[in-house]
Write a protein that binds this ligand. Structure first.
Ligand SMILES: [Zn+2]
Length: 230
Protein backbone atom coordinates (compact mmCIF):
# COMPACT_ATOMS: atom_id res chain seq x y z
CA UNK A 1 0.00 0.00 0.00
CA UNK A 2 2.76 2.36 1.00
CA UNK A 3 4.74 1.75 -2.21
CA UNK A 4 1.66 2.31 -4.36
CA UNK A 5 0.84 5.60 -2.63
CA UNK A 6 4.44 6.75 -3.02
CA UNK A 7 4.25 6.01 -6.75
CA UNK A 8 6.72 3.13 -6.50
CA UNK A 9 4.48 0.31 -7.72
CA UNK A 10 5.49 -0.84 -11.19
CA UNK A 11 2.68 -2.23 -13.41
CA UNK A 12 1.32 -4.82 -13.42
CA UNK A 13 0.75 -4.97 -9.67
CA UNK A 14 -1.56 -6.35 -7.03
CA UNK A 15 -1.92 -4.46 -3.76
CA UNK A 16 -2.61 -7.17 -1.22
CA UNK A 17 -4.42 -5.76 1.79
CA UNK A 18 -5.23 -7.77 4.90
CA UNK A 19 -7.60 -6.48 7.57
CA UNK A 20 -6.88 -8.28 10.83
CA UNK A 21 -10.30 -8.07 12.47
CA UNK A 22 -10.03 -11.19 14.65
CA UNK A 23 -7.66 -14.10 15.35
CA UNK A 24 -4.22 -12.52 14.76
CA UNK A 25 -2.68 -16.01 14.80
CA UNK A 26 -4.30 -16.67 11.43
CA UNK A 27 -2.73 -13.47 10.08
CA UNK A 28 0.65 -14.70 11.28
CA UNK A 29 0.14 -17.98 9.42
CA UNK A 30 -0.87 -16.16 6.25
CA UNK A 31 2.10 -13.79 6.53
CA UNK A 32 4.45 -16.76 6.86
CA UNK A 33 2.95 -18.45 3.78
CA UNK A 34 3.29 -15.25 1.76
CA UNK A 35 6.88 -14.84 2.86
CA UNK A 36 7.66 -18.34 1.61
CA UNK A 37 6.09 -17.37 -1.74
CA UNK A 38 8.02 -14.10 -1.98
CA UNK A 39 4.87 -11.98 -1.53
CA UNK A 40 4.70 -8.81 0.55
CA UNK A 41 1.36 -7.52 1.80
CA UNK A 42 -0.09 -4.84 4.08
CA UNK A 43 -1.62 -5.93 7.39
CA UNK A 44 -4.05 -3.57 9.13
CA UNK A 45 -4.49 -4.44 12.81
CA UNK A 46 -7.39 -3.34 14.97
CA UNK A 47 -6.60 -1.83 18.36
CA UNK A 48 -8.55 -4.41 20.35
CA UNK A 49 -7.19 -6.55 23.19
CA UNK A 50 -7.75 -9.80 21.28
CA UNK A 51 -6.17 -8.46 18.06
CA UNK A 52 -3.42 -6.01 18.99
CA UNK A 53 -0.57 -8.40 19.79
CA UNK A 54 2.74 -6.46 19.67
CA UNK A 55 4.91 -9.58 19.40
CA UNK A 56 2.87 -10.98 16.52
CA UNK A 57 2.81 -7.60 14.77
CA UNK A 58 6.60 -7.33 15.00
CA UNK A 59 7.00 -10.88 13.66
CA UNK A 60 4.86 -10.01 10.61
CA UNK A 61 6.82 -6.77 10.09
CA UNK A 62 10.08 -8.74 10.26
CA UNK A 63 8.82 -10.94 7.40
CA UNK A 64 8.90 -7.84 5.19
CA UNK A 65 5.21 -6.93 5.32
CA UNK A 66 3.81 -3.45 5.91
CA UNK A 67 1.87 -2.85 9.14
CA UNK A 68 -0.97 -0.36 9.34
CA UNK A 69 -3.55 0.72 11.87
CA UNK A 70 -7.14 -0.50 11.31
CA UNK A 71 -8.96 2.29 13.11
CA UNK A 72 -12.53 2.26 14.38
CA UNK A 73 -12.38 5.33 16.60
CA UNK A 74 -15.67 6.80 15.45
CA UNK A 75 -17.38 3.56 16.54
CA UNK A 76 -15.58 3.66 19.87
CA UNK A 77 -16.52 7.34 20.38
CA UNK A 78 -20.14 6.64 19.32
CA UNK A 79 -19.96 9.10 16.44
CA UNK A 80 -18.32 11.98 18.34
CA UNK A 81 -15.59 13.21 15.96
CA UNK A 82 -13.65 15.21 18.54
CA UNK A 83 -13.42 12.29 20.92
CA UNK A 84 -12.61 10.02 17.99
CA UNK A 85 -9.66 12.05 16.72
CA UNK A 86 -8.12 12.17 20.22
CA UNK A 87 -8.41 8.41 20.41
CA UNK A 88 -6.97 8.09 16.90
CA UNK A 89 -3.88 10.03 17.93
CA UNK A 90 -3.51 7.98 21.11
CA UNK A 91 -3.90 4.59 19.43
CA UNK A 92 -1.60 5.54 16.53
CA UNK A 93 1.06 6.49 19.06
CA UNK A 94 0.79 3.05 20.69
CA UNK A 95 1.26 1.42 17.26
CA UNK A 96 4.26 3.59 16.54
CA UNK A 97 5.94 2.50 19.75
CA UNK A 98 6.41 -0.90 18.12
CA UNK A 99 6.37 -0.38 14.31
CA UNK A 100 6.53 2.33 11.64
CA UNK A 101 3.01 3.22 10.45
CA UNK A 102 2.60 5.16 7.19
CA UNK A 103 -0.93 4.12 6.16
CA UNK A 104 -4.15 3.54 8.08
CA UNK A 105 -7.40 1.90 7.02
CA UNK A 106 -10.88 2.15 8.48
CA UNK A 107 -12.64 -0.87 9.95
CA UNK A 108 -16.24 -1.26 8.82
CA UNK A 109 -18.92 -2.03 11.35
CA UNK A 110 -22.13 -2.79 9.40
CA UNK A 111 -24.36 -1.94 12.36
CA UNK A 112 -23.03 1.57 13.07
CA UNK A 113 -24.91 4.59 11.66
CA UNK A 114 -21.62 6.30 10.75
CA UNK A 115 -18.61 5.11 8.81
CA UNK A 116 -15.16 5.45 10.40
CA UNK A 117 -13.90 7.25 7.28
CA UNK A 118 -16.32 10.16 8.09
CA UNK A 119 -13.63 11.32 10.52
CA UNK A 120 -11.75 12.75 7.53
CA UNK A 121 -14.62 15.07 6.62
CA UNK A 122 -13.44 17.16 9.56
CA UNK A 123 -9.76 16.19 9.96
CA UNK A 124 -6.81 15.33 7.72
CA UNK A 125 -4.83 12.13 8.24
CA UNK A 126 -1.77 13.83 6.71
CA UNK A 127 -1.52 15.87 9.92
CA UNK A 128 -0.51 12.62 11.62
CA UNK A 129 2.49 11.90 9.38
CA UNK A 130 0.43 9.44 7.38
CA UNK A 131 0.56 9.16 3.60
CA UNK A 132 -2.57 7.23 2.77
CA UNK A 133 -5.87 5.53 3.52
CA UNK A 134 -6.99 2.81 1.07
CA UNK A 135 -10.57 4.14 0.91
CA UNK A 136 -9.39 7.68 0.16
CA UNK A 137 -6.02 7.36 -1.58
CA UNK A 138 -6.75 4.85 -4.34
CA UNK A 139 -8.61 5.64 -7.57
CA UNK A 140 -10.78 2.54 -7.96
CA UNK A 141 -11.55 3.46 -11.54
CA UNK A 142 -7.91 2.68 -12.25
CA UNK A 143 -7.39 -0.09 -9.72
CA UNK A 144 -9.79 -3.05 -9.72
CA UNK A 145 -10.99 -3.64 -6.15
CA UNK A 146 -11.78 -7.17 -5.02
CA UNK A 147 -12.91 -7.84 -1.49
CA UNK A 148 -13.86 -10.96 0.49
CA UNK A 149 -16.14 -8.99 2.83
CA UNK A 150 -19.26 -11.02 3.54
CA UNK A 151 -17.38 -14.18 2.54
CA UNK A 152 -18.22 -13.52 -1.08
CA UNK A 153 -16.07 -11.92 -3.78
CA UNK A 154 -18.63 -9.55 -5.15
CA UNK A 155 -19.88 -7.01 -2.67
CA UNK A 156 -23.59 -7.73 -2.49
CA UNK A 157 -23.75 -7.86 1.28
CA UNK A 158 -21.25 -5.17 2.08
CA UNK A 159 -22.52 -2.19 4.03
CA UNK A 160 -19.30 -0.25 4.71
CA UNK A 161 -16.67 -1.80 2.45
CA UNK A 162 -17.77 0.14 -0.64
CA UNK A 163 -15.72 2.14 -3.14
CA UNK A 164 -16.65 4.20 -6.19
CA UNK A 165 -15.75 2.25 -9.29
CA UNK A 166 -16.86 1.92 -12.89
CA UNK A 167 -15.53 -1.61 -13.16
CA UNK A 168 -18.18 -4.26 -13.28
CA UNK A 169 -16.23 -7.47 -13.07
CA UNK A 170 -18.30 -10.50 -12.03
CA UNK A 171 -16.29 -12.75 -9.74
CA UNK A 172 -17.86 -16.08 -8.85
CA UNK A 173 -14.93 -17.78 -7.24
CA UNK A 174 -11.30 -17.36 -6.27
CA UNK A 175 -10.43 -19.25 -9.48
CA UNK A 176 -11.88 -16.32 -11.45
CA UNK A 177 -9.39 -14.02 -9.73
CA UNK A 178 -6.49 -16.36 -10.46
CA UNK A 179 -7.52 -16.35 -14.14
CA UNK A 180 -7.84 -12.54 -14.23
CA UNK A 181 -4.34 -12.17 -12.86
CA UNK A 182 -2.86 -14.82 -15.17
CA UNK A 183 -4.20 -13.19 -18.33
CA UNK A 184 -3.41 -9.72 -16.93
CA UNK A 185 -6.85 -8.41 -17.79
CA UNK A 186 -6.18 -5.59 -15.33
CA UNK A 187 -2.77 -4.08 -14.75
CA UNK A 188 -3.72 -2.72 -11.32
CA UNK A 189 -5.60 -4.72 -8.74
CA UNK A 190 -6.24 -4.29 -5.03
CA UNK A 191 -7.38 -7.37 -3.14
CA UNK A 192 -8.75 -7.28 0.40
CA UNK A 193 -8.42 -10.59 2.23
CA UNK A 194 -9.44 -11.06 5.88
CA UNK A 195 -7.01 -13.72 7.19
CA UNK A 196 -9.53 -14.93 9.81
CA UNK A 197 -11.87 -16.10 7.02
CA UNK A 198 -9.37 -18.39 5.33
CA UNK A 199 -8.47 -21.78 6.68
CA UNK A 200 -7.36 -25.20 5.48
CA UNK A 201 -9.14 -26.82 8.42
CA UNK A 202 -12.54 -28.28 7.42
CA UNK A 203 -14.27 -27.60 10.76
CA UNK A 204 -13.14 -23.96 10.95
CA UNK A 205 -14.19 -23.52 7.32
CA UNK A 206 -17.70 -24.79 8.14
CA UNK A 207 -18.00 -22.56 11.24
CA UNK A 208 -17.01 -19.50 9.15
CA UNK A 209 -19.53 -20.47 6.44
CA UNK A 210 -22.44 -20.78 8.89
CA UNK A 211 -21.48 -17.67 10.89
CA UNK A 212 -21.21 -15.50 7.77
CA UNK A 213 -24.52 -16.70 6.37
CA UNK A 214 -26.18 -15.73 9.65
CA UNK A 215 -24.56 -12.27 9.49
CA UNK A 216 -25.46 -11.66 5.83
CA UNK A 217 -29.21 -11.88 6.45
CA UNK A 218 -29.50 -8.77 8.68
CA UNK A 219 -26.83 -6.97 6.59
CA UNK A 220 -28.93 -7.51 3.48
CA UNK A 221 -31.97 -6.12 5.32
CA UNK A 222 -29.93 -3.13 6.49
CA UNK A 223 -28.81 -2.40 2.95
CA UNK A 224 -32.38 -2.52 1.64
CA UNK A 225 -33.44 -0.23 4.47
CA UNK A 226 -30.61 2.29 3.87
CA UNK A 227 -31.12 2.37 0.11
CA UNK A 228 -34.85 2.88 0.63
CA UNK A 229 -35.89 -0.34 -1.06
CA UNK A 230 -38.07 -1.51 1.83
ZN1 LIG B 1 -12.06 -4.62 9.57
Amino acid sequence: MQEYIQGQAAEPFVILRHDVDRKPGMALEMAQMEKEMGIRATYYFRMMPEVFDPEMIKMIRDMGHEIGYHYEVLDKAKGDKEKAIDLFEKELKIFREIVVVKTVCMHGNPLAKWSNRDLWEKYDFRDFELIGEPYLSIDYNKVLYLSDTGRIWNRNFSVKDVVNSNFNEIINSTDDIIKLIKIQKYKNICILVHPNRWTDDALNWLIELIWQNIKNVPKCGLLLYRTGKT
